[in-house]
Design a protein around this ligand. Structure first.
Ligand code: PMV
Length: 342
């Protein structure tokens, strides 16, 4: 038996991916940008093993056996094995490509609560399988087929997911635009508003949005392309003012698109909106952007800020949302994460 264990961090988008133009290949309707966080707080850990004695592929997530019927899981396994076979036919590799695999994965944070658990989990799975089967080269397009945003967790630092133009999706990949050492003062605070599983998964939410939201179509065609260019420049120049403004506007637009979806999809709660108000109050107080919020498909907030603002923000969060008070939902504050490498 051969066995490989890997960990992969979450990534938090500052320009959001929302909507697919190809459901099977997971090709997005717009490009997106994210930062990959360090692994001290939130990460997925996966062990994959292959053996000639295993009689079927099997998977466990957080200790519970999962069905292997998922089309995405099957696509990922098929693609990694295809690449491994190609290598084997080149004269390298071994018989292991024909062995069944056992996959054991766990997240050290709530799964499916809008905290990019699928991004970390699928990136980790694809990375571990590529090591197990000795697949080389870029594997972000394989991770993409597991869960769109997972392709961005394959690289550290600041990462873009390009839309691509090929019908087979071969050029819809992740690309690092700045390394994890580029902006060392950058920190991310994760505020867990609710650890409950979200009521509408991102796949269903996106499908309904693509079908019904005119705002989403406008966003994908007219707004995101310009934002991508501005965001790339802001990251390269370490221009936090622009970085923060685009991040907040883009999160607001994602949730506006969700509200424009019919029937509407709501991920943010009153507590999420209180966090938005707090961040704007802080920025108004300083007369410049010191903190930026962003929300994925869930109520939990991710705050981007510089290292020197972390004590102030943690103090404010603890003051306004003390953990012992009932906010209707659990409220915890995470320790600051750095932008890092997988
Ligand atoms: O990759 P998915 O299907 O979990 O979609 C993630 C979508 C958002 O997290 C809301 C945005 C993003 O770009 O990560």
């Amino acid at each position: 038996m051969i066995e490989v264990t890997c960990t992969a961090p979450i990534n938090i988008a500052v320009i959001k991916y929302w909507g697919k133009r190809d459901e099977k290949l997971i090709l997005p309707i717009n490009e997106s940008t994210s930062a990959t966080l360090d692994q001290s707080q939130l990460c997925a850990k996966t062990t994959v093993a292959a053996s000639p004695d295993f009689t079927s592929d099997q998977m466990w997530l957080n200790g519970q056996e999962q069905s292997m019927d998922s089309a995405r899981l099957q696509n990922v396994l098929k693609e990694i094995r295809r690449r491994a076979r190609k290598r084997k036919s080149d004269g390298s590799g071994e018989d292991r490509v024909n062995w069944h695999v056992h996959i054991c994965s766990e997240n050290n944070f709530p799964t499916a609560a809008g905290l990019a658990s699928s991004a970390a989990g699928l990136a980790c799975l694809v990375f571990s399988l590529s090591k197990l089967f000795e697949v080389e080269g870029d594997i972000s397009d394989v991770a993409r087929q597991g869960s769109g945003s997972a392709c961005r967790s394959i690289y550290g630092g600041f990462v873009e997911w390009t839309m691509g133009t090929e019908v087979d999706g071969s050029d819809s990949r992740a690309l690092q635009i700045a390394s994890e050492t580029h902006w060392p003062q950058m920190r991310v605070l994760i505020l867990v508003v609710s650890a409950k599983k979200k009521h509408v998964g991102s796949t269903t939410g996106m499908q309904t949005s693509v079908k019904t939201s005119q705002l989403l179509a406008h966003r994908a065609e007219k707004i995101v392309p310009e934002r991508m260019v501005e965001m790339r420049r802001a990251i390269k120049d370490k221009d936090f003012q622009t970085f923060a403004e685009i991040t907040m506007k883009d999160s607001n637009q994602l949730h506006a698109c969700c509200l424009d979806t019919y029937p509407p999809v709501t991920y943010m709660t009153d507590t999420s909106r209180d966090i938005v108000r707090l961040v704007h109050a802080v920025n108004n107080h300083y007369g410049e952007n010191k903190v930026a919020y962003t929300f994925d498909a869930g109520p939990n907030a991710c705050l981007y800020l510089m290292e020197d603002m972390v004590p102030t923000m943690l103090g404010l969060v603890q003051n306004f949302f003390p953990p012992e008070q009932d906010h209707g939902e659990a409220f915890l504050t995470g320790l600051p994460s750095k932008v890092s490498t997988p």
